[in-house]
Design a protein around this ligand. Structure first.
Ligand SMILES: [Fe+2]
Length: 174
């Protein structure tokens, strides 16, 4: 184990068994995946909080939809983390790392009206999707297989964004 870099999970004698990305590309690709993992884990935690907090006429559909979203974010997080391991970068999806490094803000503890849940989710998903798109583009320059993972993530998150966004009230025609 390389003591100076605890994320390295391989020993020198097996380093040639890793995908031949080169150390710099491996590290940056891993970090892009790590940043994505953190956001997906945080989305799943915020989503569960909203699942418990939502109130109002849209309680039932939102309560149920949130559990579907959480399942999706957890599955995507696993895909992202396992890609990192596959290239020799140890991901960290633990609570301390997520709270330290997630750019997503949490939600207030307490009852949240349904339309506010839609607004809170729309904003966070839009911001997360924008960052994921930037990472996808960068990974296209580094490693196509990792880019492919980000394409899968972004396609899902942008579809979710649409399906949440579409629940906002349609402005009345004048
Ligand atoms: Fe539940």
């Amino acid at each position: 184990m390389n003591a100076s870099n605890p994320r390295r999970i391989v020993q020198q004698d097996v380093v040639t068994d890793l995908p031949p990305l080169g150390e710099h590309v491996r590290e940056e690709t891993g970090q892009q995946l790590q940043d994505t993992l953190v956001e997906l884990v945080d989305l799943s935690l915020i989503g569960k909080q909203l699942h418990w907090s939502v109130a109002g006429p849209l309680f039932r559909p939102l309560h149920l939809q949130l559990d579907e979203l959480i399942d999706s974010w957890r599955e995507l997080a696993d895909t992202v983390a396992e890609r990192a391991v596959a290239i020799g970068f140890m991901p960290d999806g633990q609570a301390g790392t997520v709270s330290e490094s997630s750019p997503l803000g949490g939600v207030e503890r307490g009852v949240i009206e349904d339309h506010e849940v839609v607004a809170a989710l729309t904003r966070r998903l839009a911001e997360a999707a924008e960052r994921m798109r930037t990472r996808m583009v960068r990974l296209g320059e580094l490693d196509a297989a990792s880019e492919d993972v980000l394409i899968e993530v972004l396609r899902a998150v942008e579809q979710q964004l649409w399906m949440i966004r579409a629940q906002r009230p349609v402005p009345a025609e004048r």
